[in-house]
Write a protein that binds this ligand. Structure first.
Ligand SMILES: Nc1ncnc2c1ncn2[C@@H]1O[C@H](COP(=O)(O)OP(=O)(O)O)[C@@H](O)[C@H]1O
Ligand SMILES: [Mg+2]
Length: 357
């Protein structure tokens, strides 16, 4: 999928911008505070319904303005085009339009516009809590297993009810009808995640080998509870504890991926630059695997390309991105950081105080 055009209206410091984009590399060059990350956020928001620095729309809508509006023409590899639009006003839901029709959900946009995001804050994927790695895993589950999103929404609803019931329950039997529904869904979700892990881990290990040949990465999927025990039994065993916590303490909402080198967690071993490269390896592997399976490429957003990387590592990453044959958006403070990457089919946008030329 590629974006042919994008219109951005009242998004952070960008009052209005209408851009015709390259299907290859799009560079966004400007000083600090000029609006580079904001433009990436606008693209990200079209595929996710929220920006990546703030979930609160009030922070993202331009000061003094009632709403933000985003609009884009997108094209897939069969040259089929769609127009997608998203409007958000203060204190209201997203309004989504696809090909002129309303009433779509965020998942419809997300399916149309698969995005991989690489930002300087993206280290969270390796150094932050399990939720970052779960969301990495679930990106793949969402895009490769159509049933995943329904299962997950169902499970979320059932857990909410179960947690509310934990407060009132006098004994475990009162929870049993819920747990009978929850357990098979949780097992199914875990099965999908395990299956996706099995597909994606070899790709990640290979990319890590290409980027950091001196290390041998080990990836392990942890499903959120002891893998030898049925989840139904876990729920029963954990009842007393869950009741004290008013919360279901183990389950697929605690899943994680463990990344180790020589049995040491990567965040304890690698330097900042190496962690950045590993984070890129994970995101690129996921994007490339998506493209391989879908004959459809995902879009890469890379904020502050140069940060934390020396010249060799930048070249390595740039080469790999060129090979991915996808649409890529890259921000840089300085054009010299990207000069070596620019081809004749690429575009450079200069941004100053939210005005793009
Ligand atoms: N809601 C908003 N309305 C207007 N301006 C905003 C809003 N949110 C942030 N800004 C401003 O947008 C500018 C651009 O920020 P950013 O995109 O992070 O710049 P860059 O990535 O180029 O360093 C900042 O100077 C910030 O103060
Ligand atoms: Mg920035």
């Amino acid at each position: 999928m590629t974006l042919s055009t994008i219109n951005v209206h009242h998004f952070r410091n960008i009052d209005y911008a209408k851009l015709t984009l390259s299907p290859h590399f799009n560079f966004i060059v400007g000083d600090n505070g000029s609006g580079k990350t904001s433009l990436l956020e606008a693209i990200y928001m079209l595929g996710h319904g929220r920006a990546f620095r703030h979930a609160q729309s009030n922070r993202i809508i331009q000061h003094e303005q009632p709403e933000l509006v985003l609009f884009s023409e997108i094209k897939n590899t069969n040259q089929q085009t769609h127009s997608i639009g998203l409007a958000k006003s203060r204190n209201s839901e997203n309004k989504i339009k696809i090909d002129g029709d309303e009433g779509f959900r965020l998942t419809d946009l997300a399916k149309l516009l698969p995005i991989q995001l690489i930002t300087p804050e993206g280290f969270d994927l390796l150094t932050g809590g399990p939720k970052y790695r779960r969301s990495f895993l679930d990106w793949g589950c969402f895009h490769h297993y159509p049933e995943f999103v329904h299962l997950w929404n169902n499970l979320k609803r059932l857990f909410k009810q179960r947690n509310a019931l934990l407060k009132q329950a006098k004994n475990y039997n009162q929870l049993l009808p819920w747990d009978k529904e929850i357990a098979p869904i949780a097992e199914k979700i875990s099965q999908i995640r395990a299956d996706y892990s099995q597909q994606i881990f070899p790709e990640i290990i290979q990319t890590c080998h290409d980027f950091l040949p001196e290390y041998k990465l080990n990836c392990q999927y942890f499903q959120g509870w002891d893998h030898d025990t049925d989840y139904a039994l876990i729920l029963q065993k954990q009842y007393e504890r869950d009741k004290l916590l008013n919360y279901t303490s183990t389950g697929p909402h605690k899943a994680d991926i463990r990344l180790r080198i020589d049995n040491i967690p990567v965040e304890d071993l690698l330097s900042r630059g190496q962690l950045k490269l590993l984070m890129c390896a994970l995101r690129l592997s996921q994007g490339e695997y998506y493209s391989k399976k879908n004959t459809q490429a995902c879009v890469y957003l890379i904020d502050d390309f140069a940060s934390e990387l020396d010249n060799n590592k930048r070249t390595l990453l740039a080469k790999r991105l060129k090979l991915a044959n996808s649409q890529v958006f890259i921000t840089a403070v300085n054009q010299s950081q990207i000069t070596h990457m620019i081809d004749e089919n690429d575009k450079i946008f200069y941004i100053k105080s939210g005005i793009i030329s």
